[in-house]
Write a protein that binds this ligand. Structure first.
Ligand SMILES: O=C(O)CCC(=O)C(=O)O
Length: 273
């Protein structure tokens, strides 16, 4: 993590990494995602599930979409995010699950604002700054495969809210999920990543998604969730997925004790075979 990234993550609770996937790498990920989305549910590899194209109230996606193809699986260790993953977990990471999210205009309700404090309880999640490094035990990386423009909708965040200790009053900001009025809330930021960008957020950050407005474009992004290796969150990867993954990915998914350092964490660059 660079000093600039550490500072920005600390003050805002999220990072927008621009253009970290380019050229062939981005193209291969986009092609893999397209193929995955076009695969009929009963033809998807074992353990994967599909809720594409979503419902009126929920964004669609392919469960364990990261495992569909190596270019997507390799994103778990992307060189721009791997140092961040190691810093946030004090070099003891575990990958919990990875969905290929697809947001279409079929979803006519926003994803309500939420955060770990509200969803899992105040005691569930930590954020600290120690020995010049940030520690954050539940975080998510969104890798964008399509462009988002201002006015499209999509991810919203309340910068700095990862540190708040005051309970958000119920229904504050967007009481009507079918008719959100973002212009009335200048405190909320609508993040508009382009294909090839990644967003790293602490799960303590209050976040959600505005209704996706374009009818001719989808919002496609890979959601990768991480925790420390000794922390039980959800273990969201079905056993049938594991044999298809590279050994290094299985190592990242494995639980381990506080005292162990995984071999992958001794590496600055992790290439999958
Ligand atoms: O659709 C989005 O960008 C938000 C996703 C989200 O809220 C989550 O993964 O917790």
């Amino acid at each position: 993590m660079t000093p600039e990234q550490r500072y920005l993550f600390d003050v805002s609770g999220y990072l927008h990494l621009k253009g970290i996937l380019t050229g062939k790498e981005l193209q291969h990920c986009q092609q893999s995602a397209e193929k995955c989305i076009r695969t009929p549910v009963d033809k998807l590899p074992a353990g994967m599930s599909s809720s594409y194209p979503g419902t009126e109230t929920g964004v669609g996606g392919i469960g364990s979409g990261f495992s569909f193809d190596k270019p997507l699986e390799q994103l778990l260790f992307h060189p721009a995010t791997w140092p961040i993953i190691k810093e946030l977990t004090n070099s003891k990471p575990r990958f919990d699950r990875g969905t290929l999210a697809v947001n279409t205009h079929i979803t006519t309700q926003m994803t309500p604002l939420h955060c770990a404090r509200e969803d899992f309880g105040w005691q569930s999640t930590r954020y600290e700054y120690k020995n010049g490094r940030v520690f954050c035990d539940t975080f998510v990386i969104f890798f964008y495969l399509t462009d988002v423009y201002p006015g499209d909708g999509g991810l919203i965040v309340l910068p700095g809210s990862h540190k708040t200790e005051v309970q958000r009053p119920q229904n504050y900001f967007f009481p009507d999920l079918k008719n959100p009025q973002p212009e009335q809330h200048p405190e909320i930021v609508n993040v508009t990543p382009k294909a090839g960008d990644a967003i790293v957020i602490s799960e303590l950050l209050t976040h959600g998604a505005l209704i996706w407005k374009p009818t001719n474009r989808e919002r496609r992004f890979l959601i990768l969730r991480y925790n420390p290796q000794y922390f039980y969150y959800r273990n969201g990867i079905p056993d049938e997925v594991l044999p298809r993954l590279s050994a290094k990915t299985r190592e990242l998914i494995a639980f381990a004790s506080f005292t162990e350092t995984k071999d992958i964490c001794k590496q600055d660059v992790v290439e999958l075979s």
